[in-house]
Design a protein around this ligand. Sequence first.
Ligand SMILES: [Zn+2]
Length: 262
Amino acid sequence: MRRESPPVKCERLMTTRLQALPDSPPAPDTVLLRPRALMPEVACRVRWRRSARARRLSLRICPLEGAVVVTLPMRASVKAGMALLHENAHWVTQHLRGIKPAEALAPGATVLIGDVPHTIIHAPERRGVALEDGRLVVSGAVEFLPRRVLDFLRREAGQRLLAASIPHAEALCVRPRAIRVKDTRSRWGSCAPDGTLAFSWRLVMAPGWVLDYVVAHEVAHLRELNHSPRFWALVEQLTPHHDAANAWLKREGPRLLRVGEG
Ligand SMILES: [Zn+2]
């Protein structure tokens, strides 16, 4: 059984398989919407979500996916969802157009490390990848540059996560069995019952106090594998940044999740 951490959990991105109701056409991934009469149609990405808890049809924009999410209560038809999309075509197209594409990891682009922008410099004659004074200097052929930057960020994340875990583990007299760095999209950190902690490497881009909070949260699970008041008391003991870090991740997390996709 894997314990999840609701406060550090990002929105799940799994798509629910939609069962077509008798009157429904299949749910398309892309829908042509006309923002205003006489204006040309715009192709919009749509994610359909069937929800047992939803009381009514709703639309929202997911900046991470660059898509409009249509939530359908169990008995609502895809046809009704399509009608809602067309009624709100102007709103949907305006908001989708406002989403900035992820910046590619390329020479001259910036990448955040500990919330500090670093300019990517391509230096083919150099060796390895080095952090130098607000710059990330990357050697090798330019076509491998994005991969080398991502590999570097992942290694850097591993070092920072390990370093952050040591004082918290000592404070609680616990020892993680292992610390793993992953590219999870549904959560920033997790603690398995065997004591293995896992974190998203993307935390390396966040401010140090945010990374530290996620680490403190998961280390506290080594003593309390639950979200009881006793657990939260341990978290409070380790970090004062609980609320601010959650708010930061909620606000900025989608941007971190898009890095490297451009
Ligand atoms: Zn938790």
